[in-house]
Design a binder for this molecule. Structure first.
Ligand code: XIL
Length: 397
């Protein structure tokens, strides 16, 4: 009797999963692409034992198992959130505090612990970029990102989706192809359709478009713009809204945090999109700053002109790099800078405060900005730096 019950539950869960998948994919082509990915895709779940290599077929089975286990876990263990942690304090202010992550570091206990204890939002630093998700034209590899989705759900964290349309980290099939305008627009549609449909219900906010401006405020001369003009922008936004009406849609960029030519370009575009009724919910200020070169007044005025259009503003990739040598004095200044940024965020209704990493041990900064270091909230040993207390002070006020 008991065995039969277990069998029936398994059948139910299996069919349930299959149905959801097919419904979600929307188009026949999309389903084929997923199948292809699942046939080829291999994924290692970093939340599980280190040596466990899981192929896609096994993934289906283990997903089913996990669903059954999850419901048990939900009953048994409720997530305990320290009200004095970053996430406890931010949640009390109805704000997201997030971090960019790379699951290869999940094997470090302190990495996972800091992530789930201190943050209520996560974003994949690289994995959701086009080259990783859709390396061959008919192949989507969702399995890795799905692990992050599961982790976020288990730990009651929201997710940002980064990023749909960008000019970097693109697959070769795309960059080496020669495309007509119609072809490229249908590639945009197809990609956005597959991505947003697959992650429907799991992504709070998508960076639908990333870094589409030059420094002078004109449109970036990317393959997208050169071939389609501004049309790719509207295509991506419309398709994303169509596929997941509940996800918030963002245009994200760097050097648009202060009032300048580039943020004027962004402002003019989004004002036009809002007036035309093109779906758009907000702008992302990446916020890769040098710790002592932040124009706070300009930042605040800039946020206000975007929110006046009815848009949200999120700080999406904060890091406050310090010019070497990193002295105690500079670290104290950095803590103060984090505090001021959080104060501005709270005063102006910024909805997410996301740092581009967790600890100084793993950050893109020294490799990209030569001569700079130590940009994040936790040091190499995951000890909180001055910025953590600075942010907490701001959140408690
Ligand atoms: C960066 C990652 O941090 C690096 O690991 C990667 O090598 C290159 O991309 N703006 C963005 C992010 O929108 O996607 C970039 O992330 C940093 C700048």
């Amino acid at each position: 009797m008991k065995k039969w019950l277990v069998f029936l539950v398994c059948i139910f869960v299996l069919f349930g999963c299959t149905n959801v998948k097919q419904e979600d994919m929307g188009t026949e082509n999309a389903t084929e692409a997923t199948d292809a990915a699942e046939e080829n895709g291999e994924v290692k779940d970093p939340t599980q034992s280190e040596t466990e290599e899981v192929t896609s077929n096994d993934t289906k089975a283990s997903e089913t198992e996990t669903q059954v286990n999850d419901s048990k876990t939900e009953e048994a263990v409720a997530l305990v959130i320290d009200p004095e942690s970053l996430r406890g304090l931010a949640s009390a202010k109805n704000m997201y505090i997030g971090a960019a992550i790379d699951m290869k570091y999940f094997k470090e206990k302190a990495y996972q612990d800091t992530l789930k204890n201190q943050f209520n939002m996560l974003v994949l630093e690289n994995l959701m970029k086009w080259a990783s998700m859709n390396p061959n034209r008919e192949q989507f590899i969702f399995a890795g990102a799905d692990i992050a989705v599961k982790f976020a759900k288990e730990n009651q964290m929201a997710m940002r989706g980064h990023t749909l349309i960008w000019h970097q980290q693109l697959p070769l099939w795309l960059t080496e192809g020669t495309w007509s305008k119609e072809e490229l627009l249908s590639i945009v549609d197809y990609y956005v359709e597959n991505m947003v449909t697959h992650f429907k219900g799991s992504i709070d906010s998508w960076d639908v478009l990333n870094e589409i401006f030059e420094e002078d405020g004109s449109f970036r001369q990317s393959m997208w713009y050169k071939t389609t003009g501004e049309e790719y922008i509207t295509h991506a936004l419309v398709k994303a809204r169509e596929m997941d009406p509940d996800a918030k849609l963002f245009i994200n960029d760097y050097n648009v945090e202060f009032i300048n030519a580039k943020s004027d370009g962004l402002y003019n575009l989004v004002k036009k999109l809002v007036e035309q009724g093109v779906p758009l919910d907000g702008v992302g200020f990446q916020s890769h700053f040098i710790h002592d070169q932040i124009d706070y007044d300009s930042l605040e005025k800039n946020i206000q002109r975007f929110t006046a259009l009815g848009l949200e503003v999120q700080f999406t990739e904060i890091d406050l790099r310090i010019k070497a040598p990193v002295t105690d004095e500079r670290l104290v200044e950095q803590g103060e800078a984090y505090k001021k940024l959080m104060e501005i965020a709270l005063r102006n209704g910024v909805t997410a405060f996301v740092t581009w990493g967790i600890s100084d041990l793993h950050t893109w900064v020294p490799g990209f900005f030569i001569g700079y270091a130590s940009p994040l909230l936790y040091d190499n040993k995951y000890n909180p730096k001055a910025g953590v207390e600075g942010i907490k002070v701001a959140l408690r006020e």
